[in-house]
Design a protein around this ligand. Structure first.
Ligand code: ADP
Length: 494
């Protein structure tokens, strides 16, 4: 149960001015510039954070480089790194509600989801990788007699991590957990509109005993701080979650600098396919609604395209609309809220733009208007758009908002063709009672994760990564270590 009195007390708690964390110390921007943190709850100014400069990014990278090269972290016994990371996870858990509320005031996610998915999930992720730190073995190769081939797994060096605003701690921890457990050092750039909770947990890392320079956080604009990280000659690995256009820029920057390895997670246009033989249409409607509308649709794996077998199309859309109408949208610090605020005015206008365009093209729209404008916050009623054509922008482009595009299909083949008919390949779902069909579709749909009779919720034990233009590389599970560990061969004559 959420402690509503505590949440109300935290709702108005003053927020300290943010500071970079560089080499274990709080720092302002080199030129003193700051940016305002606007709360999506009511449009008020929460605090300021440094508007980081290229020099700030370079100072953080230099600190991370020194910390990596002198072995203060990579040279520790893995069990010693584990102990620090476990302590860090504990501190995050101890302050979970405070951190969650701070994050909600910054990015607008509903508190129930935020608490679970942000500090608590981040702590769980850090703990998962901490526990694995001293279980990463090398290999002995099956060579011919006369030689010994050893395959070492070594920390890859300095990691640049650029993360988005929808789940800053969850996604941040997906990068930080394996990178730090592997022995890498990190320079993290949070999104402009969701930096506060990451700054807070970076301070807790110092309290947990993480040596200075191992985890550095630099706030500011993507085109300045993010770009400096991407172009650095001293960053070995760049990991990113965000938009496709930024992902392309990062690959270019890597190509133009030191060919650092770049791992991208770029969102999707994920198909949620409901067959007439779905085991429970009410359950499917409920889960499908949350699969797109939780966190106001600002979820990379959101099931933003609903493909429904024509025989049940109208019935299912009616059930879905009923569920959607029952969702409470509004104040994200009210535990009864199902979907909180949209992250920013810019994002809200973008979401509304998709709805206006769909209406203008003659599509039927249920919901989809700005609401609660009198609060000064950024709120939107979930939108269900029916009659969508595969060529519509709403069927092809990621909205990253509470906007669902619905399309009917007649056959399994047509469902697969529609499902695979975008540039993305992140997530999908299939609702059916036919086990063979479920397995067939798992194979035929090009996506990093295919849910069956559910949507969302895969835990840390399974990988998350996209195919096609949804990205490369995987977060989560032990596979995530591959990004942060280099293979080194020792070839020894016996
Ligand atoms: P979103 O649409 O989710 O905001 P972005 O790709 O714009 O996606 O942002 C994700 C992260 O990428 C943010 O931390 C942002 O500051 C950063 N970013 C944006 N533009 C650039 C850039 N040119 N170079 C590096 N990082 C960037």
């Amino acid at each position: 149960m959420l402690d509503t009195n505590r949440i109300e007390a935290l709702r108005h708690a003053p927020v300290d001015r943010g500071a970079h964390i560089i080499d274990g110390a709080r720092r302002a921007a080199s030129d003193g510039a700051e940016m305002e943190v606007i709360s999506p709850l009511d449009g008020s100014v929460l605090t300021t954070i440094p508007r980081g400069t290229r020099e700030d990014a370079e100072a953080a990278i230099a600190a991370a480089r020194r910390a990596f090269d002198d072995g203060r972290w990579s040279g520790l016994a893995p069990a010693a790194r584990k102990a620090v990371l476990l302590r860090w996870a504990e501190l995050i858990e101890e302050q979970a509600l405070e951190i969650a509320v701070l994050g909600v005031r910054d990015n607008g996610t509903e508190i129930g989801m935020a608490l679970k998915a942000e500090p608590l999930s981040a702590a769980g992720t850090i703990r998962y990788y901490a526990e694995a730190a001293d279980k990463l073995y090398g290999e002995i190769a099956p060579t011919a007699p006369g030689h010994l081939g050893l395959v070492h797994r070594e920390p890859a060096g300095v990691v640049g991590a650029i993360v988005p605003w929808n789940f800053p701690l969850m996604i941040g921890a997906w990068k930080l957990g394996p990178a730090l457990a592997a022995g890498c050092t990190v320079v993290l750039k949070p999104a402009e509109t969701a930096s506060l909770s990451l700054l807070r947990i970076a301070e807790l890392a110092q309290d947990a005993g993480m040596p200075p320079g191992v985890l550095n956080v630099v706030t500011g604009e993507g085109a300045v701080v993010g770009d400096a990280i991407a172009r650095s000659m001293d960053v070995d690995v760049l990991v990113f979650t965000g938009s496709g256009p930024t992902g392309r820029r990062l690959m270019e920057a890597a190509a133009q600098s030191n060919l650092k390895r770049v791992y991208l997670e770029l969102g999707g246009k994920s198909p949620n396919i409901v067959f007439a033989d779905a085991p429970d249409l009410d359950e499917a409607a409920k889960v499908s609604a949350m699969g797109i509308f939780r966190n106001s649709g600002q979820v990379c794996v959101a099931g933003s395209r609903l493909l429904v077998e024509r025989a049940i199309h109208d019935d299912f859309v009616a059930r879905l609309a009923k569920v959607t109408d029952s969702l409470r949208v509004g104040d994200p610090l009210d535990p009864a809220t199902a979907a909180g605020a949209v992250n920013s005015e810019v994002q809200l206008q973008r979401n509304l733009g998709f709805v206006v365009e769909a209406r203008a093209a003659g599509r039927k729209v249920h919901g989809g208007e700005r609401i609660l404008a009198e609060t000064g916050g950024f709120y939107m009623a979930p939108a269900i758009v029916t009659g969508v054509e595969p060529t519509d922008r709403i069927a092809r482009e990621e909205v990253f908002g509470p906007v669902l595009a619905v399309q009917p299909f007649d056959t399994e083949d047509e469902a697969v063709a529609l499902a695979n008919g975008t540039d993305y390949g992140l997530a999908a779902a299939v609702w059916t009672s036919d086990l063979s069909r479920a397995h067939r579709l798992v194979r035929r749909i090009r996506a990093g994760v295919v849910h069956v009779n559910t949507y969302g919720g895969p835990d840390i034990t399974v990988p998350l990564g996209g195919v096609k233009q949804s990205g490369n590389g995987h977060d989560k599970s032990l596979h995530a270590f591959d990004k942060y560990l280099d293979l080194k061969t020792a070839w020894i004559k016996l």
